[in-house]
Design a protein around this ligand. Structure first.
Ligand SMILES: *Cc1c(COP(=O)(O)O)cnc(C)c1O
Length: 228
């Protein structure tokens, strides 16, 4: 077994165990492989092991990989901060965007999504534990954003994304509560099915609280090298 296969099996096992503890069906938790800084060849190898969805943070790096890997049926997720002047490429090249925290961004994504494409899947990023340096809207803004964004024609509004401080598992519980609370505001409540939370260091707590997408980088690909 190669290194990636071992790492991926270990993560899948950890997800399964966390689901067992939480009495959840492992099929309700998707593994998103976070591949920022890693070369296309690593994604290709991970794909060949059965990994279909990949998350990227930096637009230009992601666009290069999307081009290099266009022969594969990858589901591309953008999990970085969304800048207003970058929405067109996000709308056209990605299947999911997790980091939307303002209406204007969602409106631009909706109007720039092509008619020939299925609706763009979107999560609202929430600053759930009031960190100074983090992106995301405030929890009390989510209800109105859900009402507005869920009516955009080329958007499928799926849920909430959070990045709490390390070792702050209460934040996952708060995110789940907020997720349930705002659901009635959604114009198509059956689409509201996603809690994007949990990374390599805290996926157990996230799954216990109800995560449906865990975003895992280091545990799959190893440590990142930002020097290149
Ligand atoms: C980098 C990143 C991850 C992955 O973090 P790891 O600790 O390497 O698993 C998950 N989510 C977001 C938003 C990230 O930027």
């Amino acid at each position: 077994m190669n290194q990636f296969q071992q790492a991926r099996n270990q993560v899948l096992n950890q997800i399964k165990n966390a689901c067992d503890c939480a009495r959840r069906d492992p099929a309700t938790v998707r593994l998103l492989a976070v591949s920022k800084t890693h070369p296309s060849q690593s994604l290709r190898e991970m794909y060949q092991l059965g990994q279909q969805c990949f998350g990227e943070n930096y637009l230009q790096e992601a666009l290069d990989k999307i081009e290099e890997l266009k022969d594969l049926d990858i589901e591309w997720h953008f999990i970085g901060h969304v800048q207003r002047n970058k929405t067109k490429q996000l709308a056209e090249k990605f299947d999911w965007v997790h980091g939307v925290d303002r209406l204007i961004i969602a409106e631009r994504l909706s109007s720039q999504r092509l008619d020939t494409q299925p609706p763009l899947n979107l999560c609202i990023q929430v600053n759930i534990d009031a960190q100074d340096s983090k992106d995301g809207c405030q929890p009390d803004e989510v209800s109105e954003l859900v009402a507005q964004i869920s009516q955009l024609p080329h958007i499928r509004l799926r849920g909430i994304m959070v990045i709490p401080a390390p070792d702050h598992s209460q934040a996952f519980i708060d995110a789940k509560e907020l997720f349930e609370q705002v659901k009635p505001q959604h114009a198509q409540p059956q689409d509201w099915d996603t809690l994007s939370m949990g990374m390599s260091g805290d996926l157990d707590a996230a799954i216990a609280a109800g995560a449906t997408i865990v975003r895992i980088g280091t545990a799959l690909f190893g440590a990142r090298d930002y020097s290149k």
